[in-house]
Ligand binder design. Structure first.
Ligand SMILES: O=C(O)C[C@H]1C=CC(=O)O1
Length: 92
């Protein structure tokens, strides 16, 4: 099942910069692990915003929720999830 997920990062003003840098490094490692597994299929920066648009390929809503809520930066991100269905005019 494919999902488009838009993630906006909201950095609290009072967060310890060292803590946030560590969480970012952990987030990068987890994001790359999920990309290698084929579950995080696309990861694009939204130009001009601390945000990304991603495509996930997972088995269920529950699996997606487990992945997203387990991300190291989850407490600092607002997410919008859009389930994707096949478009009848798509050629692949
Ligand atoms: O920078 C972001 O968009 C937030 C998050 C998503 C993947 C990652 O490495 O960081």
């Amino acid at each position: 099942m494919l999902y488009c997920v838009e993630m906006d990062v909201r950095v609290p003003h009072d967060v310890d910069p060292q803590v946030f840098e560590r969480l970012k490094a952990e987030e990068k490692a987890r994001a790359q692990e999920l990309q290698h597994q084929g579950k995080w299929r696309h990861l694009w920066r939204v130009a001009g915003r601390y945000a990304n648009i991603s495509i996930f390929d997972v088995e269920s809503h529950d699996e997606l929720h487990a992945i997203l809520s387990g991300l190291p930066l989850f407490p600092f991100m607002e997410m919008r999830v859009t389930p994707l269905a096949r478009h009848p005019s798509a050629i692949d």
